[in-house]
Design a protein around this ligand. Structure first.
Ligand SMILES: [Mg+2]
Length: 267
């Protein structure tokens, strides 16, 4: 039987939208740990934020930060390091797929000068990010340690002309909990690269991807078993579609729990 690998979004998916708790997924988390099924975090959060959550989860494997901007691989996890891997410190190698953060900040300033009232995390003090995200101040500091992707707020109605203006700068737009401006990276490209490495490690693999928002769609298109969880209002995001997508039948981590237990029982 093939080895299952689970790729998961965090905000609104494994973590509750309001409380950021994964408690409702504990049963499935225990089950995959006992079966040694790798769980790969694939989030728009920063490396620093994800590392903190990995400790809480007891997760020691590779992870993907900032909407596919960086793949972090613990030293030795896939054997010797490869030429395109950078030493990222902290016992990790980095495969860089994302834009340079400074270029994204320049783009935010440019877009604002053309009349889009947008504010990136780089424009906000930590207490403003904390207020916006419902995080404590220490976690807001971690959220501001951006490397490859800039989340921003935009309360204007014309999302389509904002998207076009971003594309004209040679960059891309996606939506998670916030708007994001990013380079040529997305969650799907990062997942495909990591899945290739897992295939070399294990041979036959089956990849599962779980998300809730448009920024998860490239990941859901890149896996064998795509899963969408419900948003806090109990609805599925209308833009989250993929062939053969499974509806988790629960909100955030509760849906995650249900879907993962169901997939495991079927395999
Ligand atoms: Mg999400």
């Amino acid at each position: 039987m093939s080895q299952t690998i689970i790729f998961t979004d965090l905000d609104g998916t494994l973590l509750d939208h309001e409380t950021y708790s994964f408690e409702k997924a504990n049963e499935a988390l225990r089950a995959i740990k006992s079966k040694e099924i790798p769980l790969v975090i694939c989030s728009s959060k920063t490396r620093a934020e994800i590392e903190k959550i990995r400790i809480k989860l007891g997760n020691t494997g590779p992870f993907i930060s900032e909407n596919g901007g960086g793949i972090f691989i613990p030293d030795g996890y896939f054997g010797a390091s490869e030429p395109n891997w950078e030493d990222a410190g902290g016992g990790c190698a980095l495969i860089r797929l994302g834009a340079k953060y400074d270029d994204l900040r320049d783009a935010i300033v440019k877009l604002r000068s053309t009349g889009f009232y947008i504010r990136g995390f780089g424009d906000m003090a930590a207490d403003e990010v904390a207020e916006l995200a419902g995080l404590d101040l220490a976690d807001a500091e971690l959220a501001k340690l951006r490397e490859f992707d800039e989340p921003f707020t935009f309360y204007g109605a014309d999302k389509e002309s904002l998207r076009r203006a971003i594309e004209q700068l040679g960059l891309h737009h996606t939506m998670g909990r916030y708007h994001h401006i990013l380079g040529d990276s997305d969650k799907g490209k990062a997942v495909s690269i990591l899945a290739g490495m897992y295939r070399r490690k294990f041979g036959d693999i089956t990849t599962v991807g779980i998300g809730d928002s448009p920024n998860d769609v490239p990941m859901l298109l890149a896996v064998d078993v795509p899963v969408v969880v419900q948003q806090p209002d109990g609805k599925y995001h209308p833009e989250v579609e993929a062939p053969g997508i499974r509806h988790a039948g629960g909100i955030g981590p509760a849906g995650w729990n249900k879907a993962v237990l169901e997939i495991m029982s079927q395999r």
